[in-house]
Design a binder for this molecule. Structure first.
Ligand SMILES: [Zn+2]
Length: 691
């Protein structure tokens, strides 16, 4: 689409059972916000729409676990999520929620239209049913073995290990998550969207029509879904949490959350339109509107296949022009995980790094998972801040403002003749809006953010090369010209940084005193105006835009993650199942004695082995034991131990080991001796049998 009349930008509706973490921000909300802010700056008619996705089974599971109602859960997280978005400057024109009345009505109406047009298939199917809980089992309430990869913890709708989309009845050895029982099958009536019927349209629209402009990761996933063959998909389910199916005889059934959630974009637009007194329909129904969905890769199928099929079936809506889905962001080498608390949560980030929203926005953009999964590391975060934001952007601005204040009392000086370098520099500044815009319009936000830093780099280099602090004593006219040029660059940065660093841009505009009037520049002004900040304009005092992040702050974050890792390991430690039953005769074959370690030394060239001399009460014998990683030789001399004395001797590294010491393991993996209770030690001489 070359010249859209208006833009409808949507960002994936966050699911309301937890807070927002950096993965969400990097994958969806920061790129969407950069795009929306940029479009506003170039004067486009744009709405940026989002809201909380408040239906579906995981919310009911969480409510059940916490002993509260699903409404309690969504109220709590809707508030937390909304605040995080505001805190990080995500500039939604409207943030709604799918429990809103306008959404229930819109979704029901949408369903009714498709129903009346005969777009659904009605089918009585057998669904898994938990007899004890007396309810149908939503697919998230069923776990079992994935028929495709053998993962034993697959859910009824999806295997998170291999990514396959499943039906609950496909699972091998299904189990109810409510009671743990094996579910039975029971008949129930549901409505299905026959996706197979839309295959030809999807092939033509996406595989032919968007071959060139959609990201290859998105296009590739869509193609494989379509080539795999599309099947009818249930749009209703048996559940008591959600939007009631607006048909007679459908009591106890609600719309499937995947069906109602994307309609949430439309209802949120309606809510916005009502609030600002506009018509919502052109934003969804006029073919000159450019619709763009920002999502993470787990949402591709819903936004590229299912929702477009719904919109097409309804008939009056436009289709998305692009769905620039990102890949996943990992954290310090591991997959982000809510349940394992392997994440950086936005509220916590702000506690640890107050007023440093832009640093995170920038670090996540500069390292965004645009074409492949990417790793967020705290070291990279620190480097992005210290080496780019502080050393380049912040340093340049600070020099310009401090020197202007020092030399001219904060008043922009009058330039004399421009040198060739000045001309080149000013021409280069004029080129930046198009360069950055071209990256943004192709959804290459990493590249765009680096171009922004390049502009700051240009300013920094210009000052370093021209050295006004040296010339000020000898060449007043030249110094004024240099400072004038530097002020133009600073002014350009104030505008062009806004999509990426909105808080910094505001601060910078205040410092430069360019928040209104002729000195307030739009994106295109940077290219078209010859003077961005005129002679005689009074700027304010310097204020630090960014501050250095010290190693201790980074170590603090790494320590938090290590604590999470240890807690997970402790929680996941599995107890080995009991071994086969043995007879008393079997047991009595083991001759175990209490003994004392008399000598211990490291086995040469073996990291794990200690050579011990043990008084077993029967004799003093040599035992080679693999405990060197848990103990130093000196510290265990004199230790009471339990020895299996009739184990057949083995030769280890040329030393014959005549028995075995009994050990167990502590939580952190360190070996622990199994030995007689110290309080009764005096009464347990060496050589006594264990029975
Ligand atoms: Zn699988």
């Amino acid at each position: 689409m070359n010249q859209p009349k208006r833009y409808t930008i949507t960002a994936a509706l966050p699911y309301t059972n937890g807070a927002i973490h950096i993965g969400h921000l990097a994958g969806v909300y920061v790129p969407a916000d950069i795009y929306a802010r940029y479009l506003r700056l170039i004067g486009k008619d744009v709405i940026f729409i989002c809201g909380s996705d408040e239906h579906g089974v995981p919310i009911t599971i969480k409510a059940k676990k916490e002993g509260v109602t699903p409404q309690d859960i969504v109220d709590k997280y809707h508030a937390i999520i909304k605040t995080s978005f505001e805190d990080f400057g995500i500039s939604f024109d409207n943030y709604s929620r799918t429990s809103a009345k306008v959404h229930h009505e819109t979704a029901q109406e949408f369903f009714k239209t498709l129903y009346d047009k005969g777009e659904f298939i009605e089918e009585i199917t057998e669904q898994l049913y938990d007899e004890e809980a007396d309810q149908f089992l939503a697919d998230r309430f069923v776990t079992g073995t994935c028929p495709k990869c053998g993962n034993e913890e697959a859910y009824g709708d999806q295997c998170e290990k291999c990514g396959s989309s499943l039906n609950a009845t496909d699972l091998i050895n299904p189990k109810s998550a409510i009671s743990g029982n094996v579910p039975t099958l029971k008949e129930t009536k549901h409505w299905f969207l026959p996706l197979d019927k839309h295959e030809a349209f999807l092939r033509e629209w996406i595989l032919e029509g968007h071959k060139k402009d959609w990201k290859s990761n998105v296009y590739g996933q869509v193609k494989s879904w379509i080539d795999d063959g599309l099947r009818p998909r249930a749009v209703t389910r048996d559940l008591d949490w959600g939007i009631p199916v607006p048909l007679e005889g459908a009591e106890g059934k609600v719309l499937y959350v995947w069906f109602d959630a994307p309609i949430g974009y439309i209802s949120s637009t309606k809510e916005w339109a009502q609030r600002v007194g506009k018509d919502w329909e052109p934003y969804w129904k006029d073919k000159d509107t450019k619709l763009v969905h920002f999502i993470g890769k787990d949402n591709i199928v819903f936004h590229c296949i299912i929702f477009p099929a719904m919109l097409k079936a309804e008939g009056s809506y436009i289709l998305p022009d692009n769905v620039p889905a990102n890949e996943f962001l990992n954290l310090e080498g591991n997959k982000l995980s809510t349940s394992k608390n392997w994440a950086v949560w936005l509220p916590e980030y702000l506690e640890d790094f107050p007023n440093q929203q832009d640093v995170l926005r920038y670090a996540l953009t500069a390292n965004a998972p645009e074409t492949k999964d990417n790793d967020f590391t705290w070291k990279d975060f620190q480097a992005r801040n210290n080496n780019e934001l502080v050393a380049i952007f912040g340093n340049f601005i600070n020099r310009v403002v401090v020197l202007t204040d020092k030399y001219y009392g904060g008043v922009a000086p009058e330039p004399s003749e421009f040198s060739a370098v000045d001309e080149e520099t000013l021409a280069a500044v004029k080129a930046y809006p198009d360069v950055i815009a071209s990256s943004i319009e192709r959804y290459r936000f990493r590249e765009a953010s680096q171009e922004l830093i390049n502009l700051a780099r240009l300013g920094n280099k210009y000052l370093a090369d021209e050295e006004p602090w040296k010339l000020v004593k000898t060449d007043e006219a030249r110094t004024k010209t240099i400072m004038f040029v530097a002020l133009q660059i600073a002014s350009a940065l104030a505008t062009l940084s806004e999509p990426f660093l909105p808080f910094t841009a505001n601060k910078l505009k205040t410092i430069l005193n360019i928040t209104s009037g002729d000195v307030e520049n739009s994106w295109t002004d940077i290219s078209s105006k010859n003077v961005l900040l005129p002679t005689g304009h009074k700027i304010g005092k310097a204020e630090l835009l960014f501050s250095k992040i010290e190693d201790e702050a980074i170590q603090g974050q790494l320590d938090k993650l290590i604590a999470s890792k240890l807690a997970n390991e402790a929680a996941n430690k599995k107890v080995e199942p009991q071994k086969e039953t043995i007879s008393f005769e079997d047991f009595s074959k083991l001759d175990m004695r209490v003994g004392t370690i008399l000598e211990a030394e490291k086995m040469p060239k073996a990291n794990k082995l200690l050579v011990l001399k043990i008084d077993t009460g029967i004799d003093v014998r040599t035992i080679v034991s693999g405990i060197a990683e848990s103990f130093n030789a000196e510290e265990i001399i004199g230790k009471r131990v339990t020895v299996l004395v009739n184990l057949a001797p083995r030769t280890l590294r040329g030393v014959e080991s005549q028995g075995m010491i009994l050990m167990t393991e502590s939580e952190d993996g360190k070996l622990v001796f199994v030995n007689p209770d110290i309080s009764t030690e005096a009464k347990v001489p060496n050589g006594l049998q264990i029975s």
